[in-house]
Design a protein around this ligand. Sequence first.
Ligand code: NAP
Length: 260
Amino acid sequence: MNLSNNTILITGGAGGIGLALAEELLKYGNKIIISGRNFEKLRQAQNKFPALEIIQCDISKEDDVKKMVQEIQQKFPDFNFLINNAGLMKMWNIQKEPTNIKEQKEEILTNIFGTFQLTQSLIPHLSKQKQSTILNVSSVLAFVPMSATPIYNATKAAIHSQSISIRQQLQNTSIKVFEVLPASIETQMTTDMEKITGIQNNSPKMLPDKLAMLIVKGLQNNTFEIRPGMANMLYHIHRLFPSLAQNILRKQSEKILSKL
Ligand SMILES: NC(=O)c1ccc[n+]([C@@H]2O[C@H](COP(=O)([O-])OP(=O)(O)OC[C@H]3O[C@@H](n4cnc5c(N)ncnc54)[C@H](OP(=O)(O)O)[C@@H]3O)[C@@H](O)[C@H]2O)c1
């Protein structure tokens, strides 16, 4: 696909993988809009990269998503590239804390419903453009769950499945649907997990800027399912030896669960 002169919305774009993608895609001459819940974080990202446009939006809130969709359509008529990157990951020891409906809903609303609502609302606009792209950021945990994050794994499996469905449904349109399934990346999400448990991840973490470069390469090569680094290895182990792949993550989960 052509990676220049696009108008791109990156949800959760003020930090981590989203900001690294924004930085990388700016180099290719794209217009980038980033969104997120925390306005101050968005402003800081804009101070670092003044070309960025910002929109405050909590994608777990239906009305926020509706407002952002309107703003995008009105202010950015050339909008043609949606990156669904915003996400939350929480650890749950289901024996110690069997139900926490509020927080579990927040995780599901953000990772699944908000992402679906935003995508579906923007499809009519995207399909009018000559070339459009949707990139979903899911996770290798969509294939091989890490039991310490049970809701998160399920949400990413949902995003993986939805990516296949919409790719098929949109195959005769101008919209191409990509998915990236990273393994462990050095961001606030993994740092928070280590801080809470005091446990270091036992596999090396990829830096977000390296991931952003691999994603761009995948997009350029029309690789619709991008599995960077360790994610590809884990995916292939899982295809041949599912129990082995599950056991690799099980050990890490057991250590984490003992701290929750
Ligand atoms: N780090 C990893 O190891 C890893 C691996 C595989 C996949 N991923 C996925 O990569 C994506 C980015 O994560 P990251 O690692 O870069 O973590 P991160 O630094 O924590 O970034 C997550 C972003 O999502 C935004 N966000 C969270 N809830 C939101 C909501 N309800 N509405 C709007 N924005 C929201 C946050 O911004 P605000 O707080 O300002 O809202 C933040 O910018 C996520 O989908 C994650 O699941 C990460």
